[in-house]
Ligand binder design. Structure first.
Ligand code: GDP
Ligand code: MG
Length: 178
């Protein structure tokens, strides 16, 4: 029954400075842009991707908060129609990890059925001595968020970014197009 050329809206969320815009820059342009300036107003980007075992390309419309992380009252509209949520925290910042439960509560007020993925970013800054968030904790949060996967990424190096998008989009496809 599904649509022939699916278009999914995806929102990337998480605290200010966790690396959302940089992740999107890497995903869309394959490069690292240091010191991304935070602009007011949300931005969206369009990308077409191929997922395994699906003939037609899928169009993604990816929305970024672009500096609106502090302005709770404007975000209800931002989420409307989203089929996928990317929850991002900074692996060096525990507060950003804990705050994702608040992001979830806010999103669930705006939209009902969606797929999500959990992303711990800035992996390049983590080594065995300074890891503050253990994988087990992240897996627990993943369960709580009902996310389809947990990925540790580096927006600086481009690590694992394609992977989490592919996982999220495949999950959306499976839940909608059957
Ligand atoms: P946003 O507010 O969530 O959109 O965060 P930004 O994308 O603006 O990134 C905030 C800061 O973290 C910027 O200075 C980025 O260059 C830096 N940054 C983002 N991702 C990474 C990463 O994976 N590794 C490192 N080392 N820095 C990052
Ligand atoms: Mg940003």
């Amino acid at each position: 029954m599904g649509f022939k050329y699916p278009l999914y809206k995806i929102c990337i969320v998480g605290d200010f400075r966790v690396g959302k815009t940089t992740l999107l820059n890497q995903y869309l342009e394959k490069r690292f842009t240091p010191n991304v300036t935070s602009t007011i107003g949300s931005n969206f980007y369009v990308k077409r991707i191929k997922i395994p075992n699906v003939k037609n390309l899928i169009t993604l419309q990816i929305w970024d908060l672009a500096g609106q992380e502090h302005f709770k009252w404007v975000r209800h509209e931002f989420y409307k129609g989203a089929k996928g949520i990317v929850y991002v925290f900074d692996l060096t910042n525990r507060k950003s990890f804990e705050n994702l439960t608040n992001w979830k509560a806010e999103i669930e007020k705006a939209i009902q059925r969606f797929s999500s993925v959990l992303v711990g970013n800035k992996l390049d800054l983590i080594n065995s001595e300074n890891r503050v968030i253990e994988k087990e904790e992240s897996d627990k949060l993943k369960e709580f968020l009902m996310a389809c996967g947990y990925f540790e990424t580096s927006a600086k190096l481009g690590t694992c970014i394609d992977d989490f998008f592919l996982k999220l989009v495949s999950h959306i496809y499976k839940s909608l197009e059957k």
